[in-house]
Design a protein around this ligand. Structure first.
Ligand code: C2E
Ligand code: MG
Ligand code: MG
Ligand code: MG
Length: 281
């Protein structure tokens, strides 16, 4: 009996693995047509200066509206796109779209800085820097309005190429932020080699701020590190006034999270800027 039960389990496992692979293949195929089918769009989450309560910029976050499945989260489809060349096409689409949005906001009288997430595959491209500059120049956008978010994992894959590209871009005024700071596998020595202006405290550390002693100390340490190296520090995933109070008191000057606003369509970002710089505390 035991044997046949085990066998059944095994068959079930194989069957579900098989359907998982088919699912993924289907998503992969659908994703390769998502751009031409106009299924991708960007939402924007404001970044807040904790002292002035003003919006200092926003982060562009990618969304995919699948015709049958509805919204597929980026944590699901970005890794699929990264497994092949699709991510390069999607990454380009994001750059073009974000630049077009910056222009549209400028035409409405708002100069809003946009932070764009990059993946390792993009950073690995030899001609990445001139490519990005060409896109920005074609829209005649001041380079100071574009920021690039890179993760430790993404630039460690090809550190030398990343150094070359990001230095090139920084010479043209494009700033660079380290996303998910402290969650990747890397030493801190890259902070000396890369032209980094900002670090983003990962939301996993912010979530249990003041509940978990380790997380509290990690956040504190990151803020101190930022101060010592004269880097801007932004906390992501801020959801409560208590988290904000701790961050502000500890010397963190920037924040982003549902407490202020979830990522929203472009018009809503403008509304947010007009009506409420941030909740009153
Ligand atoms: P990320 O760049 O670290 O973005 C932060 C994520 O936290 C976003 O998830 C955002 O919606 C979410 N978030 C913001 N505020 C809060 C909060 O207060 N609480 C919680 N729990 N979450 C919050 P999202 O939009 O699902 O994006 C997930 C990840 O997908 C991003 O992490 C980024 O790594 C990737 N991604 C998104 N857009 C792009 C893109 O255009 N290109 C690339 N390469 N990756 C992207
Ligand atoms: Mg990001
Ligand atoms: Mg992050
Ligand atoms: Mg993340």
């Amino acid at each position: 009996l035991a044997k046949s039960v085990a066998n059944n389990h095994f068959q079930f496992y194989v069957a579900s693995l098989d359907s998982e692979i088919r699912e993924r293949k289907k998503l992969e195929k659908d994703l390769s047509k998502a751009i031409q089918n106009d299924e991708l769009f960007l939402v924007y989450q404001p970044q807040i200066d904790l002292n002035s309560k003003q919006v200092v910029g926003c982060e562009a976050l990618l969304r995919w509206r699948h015709p049958e499945r509805g919204l597929v989260p980026p944590d699901v489809f970005i890794p699929i796109a990264e497994a092949n060349e699709t991510i390069l096409e999607i990454g380009d689409w994001v750059l073009h779209e974000a630049c077009a949005q910056v222009n549209q906001w400028r035409n409405q009288g708002f100069n809003i800085k946009v932070a764009i997430n990059l993946s390792a595959n993009q950073l690995r491209q030899k001609e990445f820097a001139p490519h990005v500059l060409k896109i920005i120049e074609s829209r005649q956008i001041p380079t100071s309005l574009i920021e690039l978010e890179v993760t430790e994992t993404s630039f460690m894959e090809n550190l030398n190429q990343a150094i070359t590209s990001l230095r090139h871009l920084s010479e043209f005024g494009i700033q660079c932020a380290v996303d998910d700071f402290g969650t990747g596998y890397s030493s801190l020595s890259y902070l000396k080699q890369l032209p980094i202006r900002k670090i983003k405290i990962d939301k996993q550390f912010v979530r249990d701020l003041m509940k978990d002693e380790d997380d509290t100390q990690i956040v504190h340490a990151i803020i101190q590190l930022g101060k010592s190296l004269r880097l801007d520090v932004i906390a992501e995933g801020v959801e409560t006034p208590r988290q904000e109070r701790f961050l502000k008191h500890d010397g963190c000057t920037l924040a982003q999270g549902y407490y202020y606003s979830k990522p929203v369509p472009p018009d809503e970002l403008i509304e947010f800027m007009k009506v409420s710089h941030a909740p009153q505390t």
